[in-house]
Design a protein around this ligand. Sequence first.
Ligand code: NDP
Length: 295
Amino acid sequence: MSAKLLEGKPVADKILADASSRVSGLKAKGTHPTLAVVLVGDDPASKSYVAGKEKACARLGIKSETHRMPSSTAVADVLTIVRELNARAEVHGVLVQSPLPNGLDESLVVEAIDPRKDVDGFHPVNIGRMMAGGDALLPCTPAGIVELLLHYGIDPAGKHVVVVGRSNIVGRPLANLLSRKGRGGDATVTLCHSRTGDLASHTRRADILVAALGKPSAITAEMVRDGAAVVDVGVNRLPDAADKRGYRLVGDVDFEAVAAKTSAITPVPGGVGLMTVAMLMSNTVAAAERQQAGR
Ligand code: NDP
């Protein structure tokens, strides 16, 4: 493999160290940053993401509370708990773990979260401010990808970035961040999706290619230009009897073959995922700071 491995850990550690010192500053002024997570149902991946968030909070001295609800919960009950958390001044961040079980209206729930506590950065107020270049809590995975690229000296400015996947939590906000003016932006962005014709003709033109399709190893070597940088957002569980968990994690990129021809590539796991959690901690601290300052 000739590609530089864009590991998330050193970048995430830097962000977490900064967050940790800001937590100390908040505590010195009498504020104990607190994150409340609502987990509906028992999706194994969601449970493991929530456990990762609790662990990160504990490491930083952020108080965390997880509200577990059965998958049969009615949307009205999720809204009730969200409103209770909005009303509690000692809770600074509120997130509802996605995806919600079938039938629960995700946008209704996200819109119920107080935008000042929306540490996932999914509320329309934060999305709107992000688009307008204002002071927003940014969506964690897209913001984390930008920080990862900058840390490794891969400045998107002036580059052609091709993003594959247009979800509201990854692809579309990422395309928006990368095309903003200023730090971490100034890229020319192509946003692809399942209706894109001849996907490879677009991906092959990328200086930086971001794969966020949720399809194991869908990005093959033929789809990538020699020397491109590749960011693999995908987290896919493949059954694996040899693994004690019964599965292994793979990304959306055919790692070995693609790494052989790129200049840089993120591993899965150990790449973007670590950035997502670090940015969530950073957002929680930022939300607490703003609330302490009465904003
Ligand atoms: P979604 O399923 O919400 O969106 C997938 C997107 O990919 C859609 O826009 C879809 O197009 C597009 N797509 C699907 N198949 C193709 C294809 N064959 N060609 C081109 N486009 C395609 O996924 P998410 O954005 O939520 O997540 C994407 C991946 O990233 C998943 O593996 C997820 O687990 C992972 N993830 C990782 C995170 C991390 O921290 N590392 C955080 C969040 C997600 P269309 O819109 O037309 O349907």
